[in-house]
Ligand binder design. Sequence first.
Ligand SMILES: [Zn+2]
Length: 153
Amino acid sequence: MSTITTAQAGYIAKLNQQLSDLGATPRAALATTATIAEASRAIEELKELVAQARTSSRPQLVTEGVYRRSDDGVMFRVQLSEKGNSYAKTLLPSGGWGYEKGAIYTLKQEERLSLAQLEEWGLSTGVCALCSRLLSTAESVARGIGPICAKRY
Ligand SMILES: [Zn+2]
């Protein structure tokens, strides 16, 4: 019976590395006398373990929206990247939103602002809390948010 291939052994080592990177316990390497079928089974099991470790290690991220961090009152906008990962941008003093690495992990779901809170903020600042643009029309200024952003939120 043919024994484990170099490619299989390499793949097993890679999966084990992923496991330990995720904080899970890696499996012992297979003996060089293990068969190809045994190696395949081990790979399937390891893939399953990696998937499980990924799910349990993923922190619960907040949903899309505008947040005011309670610690310091800084405003953040949480959005999804094209790949579907969420990240947070900080409201810049000069206007606009700037990406802040890791900021998303500092936010709590209960800090998400409601549409009414965005309007309130917009009324006091004259800025649309979602797109960070100055509110220009009389209607938007009176409401505290732009019509398109209000619909989007
Ligand atoms: Zn807007």
